[in-house]
Design a protein around this ligand. Structure first.
Ligand SMILES: NC(=O)c1ccc[n+]([C@@H]2O[C@H](COP(=O)([O-])OP(=O)(O)OC[C@H]3O[C@@H](n4cnc5c(N)ncnc54)[C@H](OP(=O)(O)O)[C@@H]3O)[C@@H](O)[C@H]2O)c1
Length: 157
């Protein structure tokens, strides 16, 4: 099964110029703790934005070409989705915008850090989704400086 994990702004902002728009320390730790030990799946642009492989997790990168240093490259996305969507193993989809959009129809849970701020310079957005199809749980609320955020989990009904 697929679970999406993302940090989004008020307008579903995800990134700007191949980087994150929000840098929240507690969110980084939450992301690490939640994904640790799992397979993580990302698009090649997100992969290239990282300093290197994320330790303790199988780094799976989606690209049209083999990606050096990734644990696994997926070139045939439809076949990966078909073979993994109904497995009991929780596989985390970690971005970016293109990949979230491609996996959204198959994800059974969305771990969204909802940040109460807009980022006008954003150029990548989380896809719009029908919230009535999910049950929302608030995991934790927090603030960093003047930035308020909520760790939420949307579970598909
Ligand atoms: N806020 C958050 O939680 C969060 C999380 C992750 C990323 N981000 C941000 O999101 C932005 C990156 O997102 P993005 O949408 O531009 O890029 P992306 O989704 O990370 O990667 C796009 C790339 O993935 C590959 N790809 C996508 N679909 C494919 C398919 N069906 N078959 C084969 N390859 C496929 C292609 O790579 P090739 O060109 O190599 O073929 C494509 O160029 C950055 O700003 C990043 O910082 C934010």
């Amino acid at each position: 099964m697929f679970s999406i994990i993302a940090a989004i702004g008020k307008n579903r902002e995800l990134g700007a110029q191949d980087n994150l728009v929000f840098h929240i320390k507690e969110d980084m730790k939450y992301f690490r703790d939640t994904t640790m030990g799992h397979k993580i799946v990302m698009g090649n642009s997100t992969w290239k934005s990282l300093p290197g492989k994320l330790p303790g997790r199988e780094n799976i990168v989606i690209s049209h070409h083999t990606v050096p240093n990734a644990d696994v490259t997926i070139t045939d996305l439809p076949s990966f989705i078909t073979t993994h969507k109904d497995t009991p193993e929780e596989i985390f989809i970690i971005g970016g915008g293109t990949i979230y959009k491609e996996f959204l129809p198959y994800a059974t849970a969305l771990y969204l850090t909802e940040i109460d701020s807009a980022a006008s310079r954003a150029d990548v957005f989380f896809p719009d989704f029908d919230k009535t199809k999910y049950t929302k749980t608030i995991i934790k609320k927090g603030t960093q400086d003047d930035l308020a955020y909520i760790f939420t989990k949307y579970t598909l009904n």
